[in-house]
Write a protein that binds this ligand. Sequence first.
Ligand code: ZN
Length: 232
Amino acid sequence: MKRSALVLFSGGQDSTTCLAHALQRYERVETLSFDYGQRHRVELDARRHVLRELRAAFPVWAARLGEDHLLDLSVLGQVSETSLTRDVAFQMETSGLPNTFVPGRNLLFLTLAAALAYRRGLEVVVTGVCETDYSGYPDCRDDTIKALQVALSLGLDRRTVLETPLMWLDKAQTWQLAHELGGTALVDLILEHSHTCYAGDRSQRHAWGYGCGQCPACELRARGWQQYAAEG
Ligand code: ZN
């Protein structure tokens, strides 16, 4: 029985749901994110707000929630030119991938997370990657994660578990999972405080939360919410 986890936590809907999943399951949970010159500091602000609200609304989880880590990964800006780190508009590339794609980014994130988990004595790394409802990032695929888990276990000479609770869920099912974990209070918290929009827009509040309503992240979130709300 594993007892502790490190959650890759960006402050979005998916990673907030993963954090709740870990807090439900493990006695000690720490969080990790990366600062790589995101165009929108709003994402880093969302993290702080979500952590604060989770602590306030869920005392049992608050007792389990430990240190929050933020690693400087500005080097990513040196190896990639994407709409996440540069001031260019979101678009699809000829490769069929969106220009938010940073080659190998998730491999790097998970490798650093495993190294940090090793040092902190945390047994599981939890990440919100998802193959079902996604832009097709190849380093979020189940096969990639499983291969990396093997590589990390060998390279660290310690069993490394990469847990992916959302891998086969669509966005409506992710809302459903949030409801199962923390009821309406958690769903409302995610709606109000998590941030997904690529454009960093928090000026408009929709039924599904804040965002520009136009970018692919907003479209996905809105569609998932509408489906979830219709089923509920
Ligand atoms: Zn948006």
